[in-house]
Design a protein around this ligand. Structure first.
Ligand code: KG4
Ligand code: ZN
Length: 342
């Protein structure tokens, strides 16, 4: 798609539907968001304590057309102003992804525009380019409901994995701990909210890596520790000190991320750092990551709205994919539940 790369400006219409947000954004040149519309299903899934895949797919189907229309209206562009269509093809809930993929395919086909398939994780990383001048190489902490990893972004389209979780993702642990504390879904923001009222008085397990070679994350031990702590207190008829437990859990969950990033930065000598994914919105994580600035690091965070799922990050990733020579997808594009990090 040489002609796209030669254009003075490149405007992408991007669609994201991998979990419980139906989203469409119009993004110019990978860094400027003309519109960013997100229809969240949080209220719908809350009564079930988590996302119900079938219900998510049905609600994406109901929302997608209006979400796309609204994004175009807000950006003030019509189909003539769109150069390419981009869509998250994975990882995520298969039925949910299919709604976005099929809608994007029909738009691209009927408008005669190239279609670009974007990995959700690459989207989260690319959120850091929005309204920013960040350029690779840099280290990226990926902390979401599905992933916990440190990657090195060598170039816009070349990512190498340095460490990842052996079991649960950090966001998943936030959600499960919130549940045991009786807090609604999604748990991350709720834990953060009540942790402000508590003190981190409970000692929580933090796995220790000795160096870069055996560096990993693990959240299942921490999650189980909190669940057991709460159950034991309940059995004894004690009042659960939810705010203190939340503060202690959050401190331990964040410490693991920060210590790992400190180690990787020190060992690799890379001082440019970016944060990606829903847990990247966490205030304790942001405050503790700022400590790395004392070691001469430069820490980049996406705006809060671009940390959790959105389509602007997909439009940003698509732009850098196109500029890096990514070939358009054809009408056989399919959704994938899992996508390798690299
Ligand atoms: O990136 P994301 O929206 O979706 C995935 O790709 O997984 O991340 C969702 C996760 C959820 O586990 C949610 O509880 C967590 O991000 N999260 C937070 C915060 N906001 C969202 N975790 C901690 N603190 C927050 N402020
Ligand atoms: Zn996500």
């Amino acid at each position: 798609m040489e002609e796209l790369r030669k254009k003075e400006h490149l405007t992408v219409l991007a669609i994201e539907s991998s979990c419980d947000e139906t989203a469409c954004a119009i993004v110019r040149d990978g860094r400027t968001v003309l519109s960013n519309v997100i229809a969240t299903q949080i209220e719908i899934h809350r009564r079930f304590g988590g996302v119900v895949p079938e219900i998510a797919s049905r609600n994406h189907t109901l929302a997608i057309e209006n979400v796309v229309r609204e994004a175009m209206e807000k950006a003030g562009v019509d189909r003539g102003g769109i150069d390419a269509v981009a869509v998250t093809y994975g990882a995520g809930l298969l039925g949910a992804l299919l709604v976005g993929v099929n809608f994007a395919k029909s738009l691209a086909y009927s408008w005669n525009k190239p279609l670009y398939a974007v990995s959700h994780v690459k989207g989260h990383i690319a959120a850091n380019y929005i309204d920013s001048t960040l350029e690779p190489p840099y280290l990226c902490l990926l902390a979401s409901g599905g992933h916990t990893a440190i990657v090195k972004t060598e170039d816009y389209n070349v990512v190498s994995l340095i460490a990842q979780s052996r079991d649960d993702a950090v966001g998943e642990a936030f959600d499960k701990v919130a549940r045991v504390l009786g807090l609604p879904y999604p748990g991350g923001p709720e834990i953060q909210r009540i942790a402000r009222e508590g003190k981190a008085v409970f000692e929580m397990p933090i796995p220790k890596s000795s160096g870069l070679d055996d560096l990993y994350f693990s959240y299942s031990g921490l999650k189980t520790f909190v669940i057991n702590l709460v159950h034991k207190m309940e059995q004894k008829g004690e009042i659960i000190p939810a705010c203190d437990i939340a503060a202690s859990f959050q401190k331990a969950a964040v410490a693991q991320l920060v210590e790992a990033m400190k180690l990787v930065s020190k060992k690799t000598g890379i001082k440019k750092i970016a944060i990606a994914g829903g847990v990247g919105a966490n205030e304790e994580l942001r405050a503790r990551m700022d400590e790395l600035e004392k070691d001469g690091c430069e820490v980049h965070y996406p705006k809060l709205v671009y940390c959790t799922d959105n389509a602007a990050m997909i439009g940003a990733a698509a732009y850098f994919g196109i500029m890096g020579g990514q070939e358009p997808a054809d009408m056989t594009l399919d959704a994938k539940a899992t996508v390798a990090l690299k």
